[in-house]
Design a protein around this ligand. Structure first.
Ligand code: GLU
Length: 504
């Protein structure tokens, strides 16, 4: 069998959506599982929908995810160029071939004429299709004489090349995920293969490239399923062996119905794009998983499980493990519901797996927080206390703000609960005890507080609660002795004095 070659073929019409990332990932996992190659091809023949920066975005997103192509516009390869706009001569060559067959014809109808007909159909409550019936009364090389066609060509009248859909045939289609299905060719229309500017459309360029690039498996979104019949026939027309196909189901909204959209992301507060994307026209920024604080391996793990179940329902897998386990036959036919909670769970799990040193390196890179005043030693202690509960690295800062800044206000409800008329004196006495504690380590401090409470004939809670309030500003955070150790003697005592002066 020939070497497995799988391509991801996005159009640079905007940022990559979560669904696009999943297609690329499955393309990659399948190729690598089979010991094959993964190709990135940019399908940019539709110049009207081209978006500046989209191609770079796609490449950067794949790189961030660790889905590195063997061949691409950037990496090159033996089937270069990998940008369709640079492959015009190849399409021209194959256009000449398909024009010699009975599978194509030239159509001279102007857009205005077609609009007119479309309207006529609409008035009758019908939908117009350029197909095996209507083509017989339209302006094309099937209805015009050879001389008339030649005359139009000599006069440079614009034309498109259309696929001539065979009549009355049943096509038996096969999909690795969905199994067998069939379609009657009479239900399919005569798609444009080459536009009047000579540019091929998606359908033609796509099959030419898949053939030329020796693609063995086409794994793509289910929106292309209705085109599968046409693609089968294009391979037949060209006399080429066709690749195997697999169409992936949609990623669904969190509530389970309908395709996940950017609007859902805005509504429920999660990104639908891997990286931030700045729309070059409006300047609007769409949020990305990277900037939101997701770790790339957590992100792709989450994406991989939207529609595929590894053996034993394992959930946490590295990219290498996914490659080893990936099986297209285990990809689900039904749509996969997106869950923000699940995405966060994955990040939390991956964060827990990082060493404190690895976390520190990432912590220092979080945008918008300045840690320069704090020693690595201190930051590592904070990380080890806060990491277990954090979903994102930035949570270590947000949930542990009190480590970095002394409280200036005290939560009102907490103050009512923890502080009364005698607490000020009590805390002043405790401050003296802490000040006198030579070794400022959590276990020693715990014992000192314990002994202090005992001498005062108070329960531990009666001492710990106001102390926590003084240090944190509210009644939350890790164990108080741990907080004391990290803050150090001077800062801790200072915060207690401050609280005594400011609460009440
Ligand atoms: N350029 C198409 C897209 O944007 C590719 C479809 C395919 O993989 O055949 O989705």
């Amino acid at each position: 069998m020939s070497k497995v070659r799988v391509r991801f073929a996005p159009s640079p019409t905007g940022p990559l959506h979560l669904g696009g990332v999943r297609t690329a990932l499955y393309d990659y996992l399948f190729a690598k599982n089979q010991g094959g190659e993964f190709v990135l091809r940019i399908e940019d023949t539709d110049t009207a929908r081209y978006v500046e920066g989209a191609e770079d975005y796609i490449m950067e997103a794949l790189e961030w995810c660790g889905i590195i192509p063997d061949e691409s516009p950037k990496h090159g390869g033996k089937f270069a160029p990998y940008r369709q706009s640079e492959r015009r001569d190849i399409y021209d060559r194959y256009l000449a071939e398909i024009l010699k067959t009975d599978y194509s014809y030239l159509a001279f109808d102007t857009p205005e004429e077609l609009d007119e007909i479309r309207k006529e159909y609409e008035q009758k409550g019908d939908v117009f299709a350029y197909n095996y019936i209507s083509r017989n009364r339209l302006k094309n090389s099937l209805t015009l004489s050879e001389e008339e066609v030649q005359k139009l060509l000599d006069e440079n009248v614009p034309y498109v090349v259309r696929f001539k859909m065979p009549v009355d045939r049943i096509l038996n289609l096969e999909d690795i995920i969905r199994g067998k299905s069939s379609v009657n060719t009479n239900t399919l229309d005569d798609k444009v293969l080459v536009k009047n500017d000579g540019m091929p459309t998606y359908h033609f360029a796509n099959i030419v490239d898949d053939h030329e690039m020796e693609i063995t498996h086409v794994i793509r979104g289910e929106e292309w399923l209705p085109s599968l019949g046409l693609h089968y026939l294009l391979y037949e027309a060209m006399g080429w062996e066709r690749p195997q196909f697999a169409h992936l189901s949609l990623i669904l909204k969190p509530e389970g119905k309908g395709k996940l959209s950017k609007r859902d992301g805005d509504k429920f507060g999660f990104p639908v794009f891997p990286l931030n994307f700045k729309d070059p026209e409006t300047g609007n920024i769409s949020k990305g998983y990277r900037e939101e604080g997701y770790l790339p391996n957590a992100f792709i793990n989450m994406v991989a499980l939207l529609g595929w179940s590894p053996a034993n329902d394992r959930e946490i897998l590295t990219l290498e493990e996914m490659v080893k386990e990936f099986d297209l036959h285990k990809v689900h036919k039904a749509g996969a519901r997106f869950s923000k909670e699940k995405a966060e769970w994955f990040n939390h799990e991956y964060l827990k797996q990082l060493s404190n040193e690895e976390t520190l390196a990432l912590f220092k890179g979080v945008d918008g927080i300045d840690l320069s005043q704090f020693s690595d030693d201190k930051l590592l202690k904070i990380i080890s206390l806060m990491k277990e509960r954090a979903t994102f690295i930035k949570d270590i800062y947000n949930d542990g703000k009190f480590f970095f800044e002394a409280p200036i206000t005290y939560d009102e409800k907490a103050s009512k609960k923890a502080w009364n008329a005698e607490t000020g004196t009590l805390m002043n006495d405790l401050a003296d005890v802490l000040h006198a504690t030579k070794t400022f380590e959590s276990e020693i401090l715990r014992k000192a507080i314990h002994d202090f409470a005992e001498t005062k004939e108070l329960g531990m809670g009666k001492v710990m609660m106001p102390l926590r309030l003084a240090l944190v500003g509210e009644l939350k955070g890790p164990d108080v002795p741990d907080i004391l150790e990290i803050l150090g003697s001077e800062e801790s005592v200072g915060r207690i004095k401050n609280a005594v002066n400011n609460i009440n």
